[in-house]
Design a protein around this ligand. Structure first.
Ligand code: SF4
Length: 422
């Protein structure tokens, strides 16, 4: 038996979240903008709705339509994405915008949506259901959790995925879900985000709790008292560590620091970085690290402490060497590393760099700010950048997806985000 879609929708009508990309239930005067739905869904793949909301509005102010996004240079899109993590998604976002703008709009069919760059099965279903009212249930990690509990599916993930997706689509047999596919999808999202949370689900408030359905079946896991044990997952493996050494070259005369754009493919692809070594399993010795420095002959100083950053599959431990351009070499270095003169180099003021750099690299700027002398003057705000692990302090993993707002509030206890959270 499947719980009542109508009961969930009644709950959603009263308790839905107010999110900037949403049209609330009962206010569907015009069709939802698929651009806003698509953008929010891509951003939500990184982090929570609360963290995404301000970034979504900022992004929308800069690129108000899919045509505006398509017309923008990729570097501007990457810069606006800085700090959101998973930078391949930003490149796909841009490529997708170009295809959609050229085609004159988003397709409404999930299969056609799925053929666009960066749009997988979940995102295609979410856009189709929410923007176009196509009767399909998008299934992300939150919905999987709800469905696993409601039907007491004990098979562990990821093996259970196909069954969970099939059970979720089964709600469309009920007229209530079929008639309001956008609201039904968002009701499932909101249930997973606000009540059916990974730990301590608030079953007492749930429209699907046992005995609440007035004739329909209730949540099977809750009836058995097993809700916190589901969904089952395989045991986590410890993440390996990799090591990198990076270089902060400052130009005292101009107050700028040297950055380099990473190759388009691979981790942090296309993003700016403080130049450095490759990342590898072994820590870097001074001599071998300095062979990768922009000007190896300078008196590079190893700063105390390390910056740590959690990627999905490994934790990166970074050390930072700092040097200032001596006046005698300044003209030559400015020419050699001028933007456009050599691929990928550019000089930026530290505050501009902090806005454009991904979170991993901002952690290095914070390390430099702690040192007090490594950065050119006029960069005091960088002291609040999170993720720095002083040498003597215990380390705690952080995340490539840590939202800036959360970071400022808890500088050494960054939120780890490796799966979709709303
Ligand atoms: S009753 Fe509890 S476990 Fe079941 S769907 Fe509701 S919140 Fe989740």
């Amino acid at each position: 038996m499947t719980p009542s879609a109508a009961a969930l929708l009644r709950w959603y009508d009263r308790h839905h979240r107010h999110l900037p990309w949403r049209i609330p239930p009962g206010q569907r005067g015009g069709a939802p903008d698929p651009y806003r739905i698509w953008l929010s869904e891509v951003m939500l793949q990184q982090t929570t709705a609360a963290a995404v909301a301000p970034r979504f509005l900022r992004f929308l102010a800069r690129f108000p339509s899919v045509e505006a996004l398509a017309a923008a240079p990729e570097s501007a899109v990457m810069e606006e994405w800085a700090g959101l993590g998973y930078y391949a998604r930003a490149r796909n976002l841009h490529a997708c915008a170009r295809q959609v703008a050229a085609a004159g709009g988003f397709p409404r069919d999930p299969d056609a949506l799925r053929a666009l760059p960066g749009i997988g099965a979940y995102t295609a279903a979410a856009i189709a259901a929410i923007a176009f009212g196509v009767p399909v249930v998008p299934v992300d990690g939150n919905v999987e959790r709800v469905i696993a509990r409601v039907f007491a599916v004990t098979e562990p993930l990821p093996g259970a995925r196909t069954r969970l997706a099939r059970l979720a689509q089964g709600f469309l047999d009920q007229p209530a879900a079929r008639e309001r596919p956008a609201d039904f999808a968002q009701a499932l999202f909101d249930l997973g985000a606000t009540l059916c949370t990974p730990r301590k689900p608030a079953c007492a408030l749930c429209p699907w709790r046992e005995g609440e359905g007035r004739g329909s079946t209730g949540c099977a896991a809750q009836a058995r008292g097993e809700q916190e044990a589901l969904p089952r997952r395989p045991e986590k493996q410890a993440r390996p560590h990799r090591h990198g050494a990076h270089f902060l070259l400052s130009d005292p005369a101009t107050g700028r620091i040297l950055l380099r754009r990473r190759p388009p493919e691979g981790l942090l692809g296309g993003m700016l970085e403080l130049p450095g070594t490759p990342w590898r399993a072994m820590p870097w010795g001074r001599e071998e690290a300095l062979a990768h420095a922009p000007l190896p002959g300078l008196p590079w100083r190893l700063l105390p402490g390390t910056a740590e950053h959690g990627f999905t599959h490994f934790t990166l431990d970074m050390t930072l060497y700092a040097a200032a351009l001596p006046p005698a070499q300044a003209d030559g270095a400015r020419t050699r590393f001028a933007e456009g003169a050599a691929e990928g180099w550019e000089w930026r003021a530290p505050d501009s760099a902090a806005k454009a750099l991904p979170t991993a690299m901002r952690r290095l700027l914070a390390l430099a700010a702690q040192d007090g002398t490594a950065l050119p003057p006029a960069a005091p705000c960088l002291a609040t950048v999170p993720g720095v692990v002083p040498l003597a302090a215990a380390s705690s993993p952080s995340s490539e997806d840590e939202p800036p707002a959360a970071s400022a509030a808890a500088p050494h206890r960054a939120t780890r985000v490796r799966s979709r959270r709303r």
